[in-house]
Design a binder for this molecule. Sequence first.
Ligand SMILES: Nc1ncnc2c1ncn2[C@@H]1O[C@H](COP(=O)(O)OP(=O)(O)OP(=O)(O)O)[C@@H](O)[C@H]1O
Ligand SMILES: [Mg+2]
Length: 465
Amino acid sequence: MASITLNHLVKKYGDGFPAVNDISIDIADGEFIILVGPSGCGKSTLLRMIVGLEDITDGDLLINGQRVNDKAPRDRNLAMVFQNYALYPHLTVYENIAFPLRLAKGKHSEEQVDKLVTEAAATLELTDHLQRKPANLSGGQRQRVAMGRAIVRQADAFLFDEPLSNLDAKLRGQMRSEISQMQRRLGVTSVYVTHDQTEAMTLGDRVAVLKKGELQQIASPRELYEQPVNLFVAGFIGSPSMNFLPATLEGNVLRTAVGDLEIPAEKARKAAGKKVVLVGVRPEFFEDAKLVEDHKRSNGSTFMATLTHTEWLGNEQYGYINFDPAPEMRELLNNLARDMDADELRPQVVVTLDAASRIRGGREAELWLDTRKLHLFDAETGENLTRDAEAGAELTRQAGEERAEEIATAQQADGHGNGNGTGFSSGTSGRTDGAPHGQGNGAPVDAAATRSGGATAAGGKRSAG
Ligand SMILES: Nc1ncnc2c1ncn2[C@@H]1O[C@H](COP(=O)(O)OP(=O)(O)OP(=O)(O)O)[C@@H](O)[C@H]1O
Ligand SMILES: [Mg+2]
């Protein structure tokens, strides 16, 4: 297993366009890192630079402290994990998993192959399916076979490029939890690309948010959620999204289109001197004022609003407030929308209310807002003026501790005290060259195999998807 260090990585394609612009990330041994961001932000490019399918224009890539910029993919010993289409339909599960070992002709005795495959299958709970064909397996089982192939290769790290994007929502959820548990059990360094913020938040130890080739913030999901560095991260992470309300600040009072909000003096101080700010409020910071207990009330501010309508979801309900921003504020919102890659930002606030709330659309009602939690953003730069960096770092530190515990528990349950029981080792034995070049339907692809030409792993993935 390996640590991976990205040191000021830059990728410029032929036309000089910086698809990846000065990105530095330290990935610890055994860590699960997510690269997330809107389409075109450079996620796949960055992943392919790590695997070696894309040349590095500038900066250094280190694996276990060794510079590997100029190493061929096969010498980096990383495994790209794909989904079902990476499997050979005519081979059994056993032979599919054994494939990379067979490819390294003569390198492994039959006993060694059998040992590695059997162990991987046990880890992946595929023992009962070894003689079956991929077509007869569920999506989750196929994914595990694909991972089994990476496991027997004893790769130092797993790299995933949107492996679940073709699946329906239910299966995606199921596979997500499989991948997450597997990663814990194997304790193998993993880098996972997605544009889906839910996937990012649920899988990652740390999540790197990219925008137009630049790293915005890398932190635990909770730090991203609670202490985003800027508007972009705040708006990208969370569903429903954070609300952004243009406001002017007078003393400790924010004047917004939905009403005046008194905020804690400390927050106001951090935004002092700014004429206009954007107030960032997550839907769950609101509540029906009637349902807020007395001792909590003083933590926030109340205001009157008329919801256009509500949606009752059983465990909670969403309410919607439309507001009419002043023309100069509207411009601000449009700029913000462009920044977030949206067509327009609707002048609307989404609030979550307790399922018991009787507030309904069309009638004025009193809402409460937990003002301790809101953030104030610089309207020009998007910077979060009220971010508490220390509190954020503490959240990420805690997440690191929890991860270590989870890995220990998962591996103990598996009977692999040191995490090497699956055949993983930091040595280079058993390294193989991966699968042959493949393209099109059903063709197996294994990133480590190919570097140039149209039949690269990602090319295969696209055409199959
Ligand atoms: N072979 C190429 N030649 C020139 N430009 C490229 C090439 N591949 C990607 N790009 C550009 O680099 C940028 C990043 O592309 P990349 O594929 O890494 O994005 P992504 O974040 O993976 O997006 P998506 O979510 O759509 O997969 C894009 O602007 C893209 O147009
Ligand atoms: Mg991509």
